[in-house]
Design a protein around this ligand. Structure first.
Ligand code: ME8
Length: 650
């Protein structure tokens, strides 16, 4: 089976931004996913280079259209590898092959009588490069450009789009998956419930020369949409190239809602007129805003992909936008949002699962995947979670519900973290008779990580490769290839030698966040500056919010405790936060070791380690100091309900 996945070809009158990056990352992720499913995949993106808008942009810059389109098209082409996007084809509408295909199609459709010459008077929006109907206007203005359209009357060529209206309606009704999500299918059907007008497909050369000449009348160039949509065919060598034969049957287009009508109405009617099969599915997503505001050059909040990659790393960006946007709906980008996901989902949940599992495998079984023996109910639960994750991951990815697919992946991450807490490998390691059980627990963790590396491959290719390397697997190892064959529990080979691997995601510290240049951040109200009398702000020891943010507070679970020899004040605590660490706490006069084991407390996690009675203490446990009967006593801090060890306190 084959999949041909396309993005829109982007206009070269603007530089690549977050919106372009999203569509293209979606297409790349889906193409990687379909490859994992064993399909032959071809990903195509490119640039749309003809039309008034481009000619005007070139004129504004005082260069020829050719010079201008070459420069901006190269910017798009260079952006994709920075996002680990690897298209098989990058098409430009100025490519000679594309121009030939457009002209051949025009000639064919003209010869068969589906293009005619006529007079047209209409309301033309220069921004949209098309005539708008009265109905589309909002208060007399183009809804997208907020400008009044010009009334233009001219002789032009028309495509008999109306002739194919019923055939298109029938097709959409017979194929519910043709336009997804459903809200856009309904929008198109409602539009089609009114008679379609024919489509004006030419522009007189007296008004525009930067376009593809009509093969049957050199006084006209092709309307930019009729030219641009054909890229999906010309990029495959239509009509008789071997790639066309192989891939068109698996064609899926990804677009945003702004260009629904050309893709759901113009394009299929054009294909029907050509006698070519229709594409399989059209996937329509919503719009990215930035800090709840429309992205726009004039507001100055346009987010550039290269800056985001530099600031957050490519996989964090890919994960964030796929996880944050419900495909089909609008979403808002913010620096706070991406930092929060990086710290919680990536550094805390996934990153810590990976690093503490590998650390325990190194410490207890010499970095070698051990054999596993009998299952207990925690093993069964972990495996069940993995199996149901795989099923829902697969179906959501196929349906372009990336946020849901990732949510189910994180259910396995959470379950594996719980599995560690419940099984306490550090306790098992203290008892030689538990070596078999310890091996099973560590095996299952390695296996969960293998499955995570597998399913995260389409979304975060670099992280997945790092995970595979840490697990001692090559990316093309059988157990990481083929979702069907590799998506079975128990495939990581016993005896695999693990590799020391740096942490997957560093926690993003406040300093870094503060320097974020790419996005305007929501303003935070700083604490009062100490002007008013009597308030806390008036005291000497005021710290700023930023200073407070430098203190990393976390929930830690105490898993072991013992008295420190020769000290009646100190307890040596082993805690998980979420990785294992030792903290020497001055609480021995208030608590016995037995009393604290199993408690969740709040610790300062980024305190510089100190040696106390010869033991390195890696943090500080917070406790309230109370006075009772003339003596002081410490009461440990706690959270009001159980939470995942390592959760941040803010
Ligand atoms: O329309 N949020 O090109 P274009 C999400 N050349 N996606 C966005 C976005 C946003 N804020 N802004 C842009 C054209 N996009 C034509 C297409 S195809 C035959 C011709 C993405 O440069 C989204 O994919 O205006 C949208 O559909 C596309 O960029 C529009 O790109």
């Amino acid at each position: 089976m084959t999949t041909y996945i396309t993005t829109p070809i982007y206009y070269v009158n603007a530089q690549p931004h977050l919106g372009h990056a999203y569509t293209t990352i979606v297409a790349d992720t889906y193409s990687r996913f379909m490859r994992l499913c064993g399909e032959r995949v071809r990903l195509q993106t490119g640039t749309d280079e003809h039309g008034d808008k481009i000619a005007e942009a070139a004129a504004r810059e005082g260069v020829s259209p050719r010079e201008y389109v070459d420069r901006i098209s190269a910017l798009f082409r260079e952006t994709w590898p920075q996002l680990t996007i690897e298209p098989e084809n990058f098409i430009r509408t100025t490519d000679p092959g594309h121009i030939r295909t457009v002209q051949n199609i025009l000639q064919q459709v003209y010869d068969q009588g589906d293009i005619y010459f006529g007079e047209y008077t209409g309301l033309y929006c220069k921004g949209c490069e098309r005539f708008l109907t009265e109905k589309e206007l909002e208060k007399g203005l183009c809804p997208d450009h907020q400008l009044p359209p010009d009334e233009i009357s001219e002789q032009n060529y028309f495509f008999r789009m109306s002739r194919y209206q019923q055939q298109l309606i029938d097709h959409i009704q017979a194929h519910p998956e043709f336009i997804t999500p459903e809200r856009y299918r309904n929008e198109v059907l409602s539009f089609l419930s009114e008679p379609l007008e024919d489509l004006c497909i030419s522009r007189p050369t007296s008004r525009l020369t930067w376009g593809i000449s009509l093969p049957f009348d050199e006084n006209f160039v092709t309307y930019v949409w009729f030219d641009a949509l054909i890229n999906y065919l010309s990029g495959l060598g239509y009509p008789d190239g071997p790639d066309f034969a192989d891939f068109w049957a698996g064609a899926e287009h990804v677009i945003a809602k702004d260009i629904l009508k050309p893709h759901a109405i113009f394009w299929p009617t054009m294909l029907l007129a050509m006698g070519a099969p229709l594409y399989q599915r059209l996937h329509v997503h919503g719009y990215w805003n930035v800090d709840e505001t429309k992205m726009s050059k004039s507001i100055g909040n346009v987010v550039r992909p290269a800056e985001l990659v530099e600031e957050y790393g490519v996989d964090t960006l890919r994960y964030f936008i796929l996880r944050e946007m419900s495909f089909g709906l609008d979403a808002s980008f913010s620096s706070d949002g991406i930092v929060a996901r990086q710290n919680s989902d990536l550094a805390n949940d996934l990153g810590n699962l990976f690093s503490r599992s590998l650390a325990m495998l190194a410490k207890y079984v010499d970095s070698t995947v051990p054999a596993h023996s009998v299952d207990d109910e925690t093993d069964v639960l972990l495996r069940k979670t993995a199996t149901s994750m795989l099923a829902s991951y697969r179906s959501h990815m196929k349906d372009f519900e990336f946020h849901r697919a990732l949510r189910s992946v994180w259910e396995l991450v959470a379950q594996a973290n719980k599995y560690i807490v419940v099984n306490e490998p550090w306790t098992l390691a203290q008892d030689a008779s538990q070596a078999g059980r310890l091996g099973s627990v560590l095996y299952n963790l390695a296996e969960a990580l293998r499955l995570l590396a597998l399913v995260l491959r389409p979304v975060m290719p670099t992280t997945s490769a790092k995970m595979a390397a840490g697990l001692g697997l090559a990316e093309d190892d059988a157990c990481l290839k083929g979702l069907d064959t590799a998506g079975v529990w128990g495939l990581i080979p016993v005896g695999t030698r693990l590799q020391a691997t740096p942490s997957l995601f560093p926690r993003m510290d406040q300093k870094k966040k503060q320097s974020a240049p790419a996005v305007a951040r929501k303003s935070k109200t700083p604490p009062a500056q100490g002007k008013e009398k009597g308030g806390a702000a008036a005291t000497e020891n005021v710290i700023t919010f930023d200073q407070f943010q430098q203190v990393e507070l976390r929930v830690a679970e105490i898993v072991a405790a013992e008295r420190v020899k020769k000290s009646d004040r100190l307890l040596k605590l082993t805690v998980m936060a979420p990785e294992q660490r030792t903290i020497v706490a001055g609480i021995a006069q208030s608590y016995s070791p037995d009393e604290v084991i199993g408690r969740q407390v709040i610790i300062v996690a980024n305190l510089k380690p100190v040696r106390l009675m010869g033991i390195e203490s890696q943090g500080m446990v917070l406790a309230a100091k109370i006075e009772e009967n003339g003596a002081s006593r410490l009461v440990l801090t706690a959270v009001s309900g159980p939470v995942a060890p390592g959760s941040t306190v803010a």
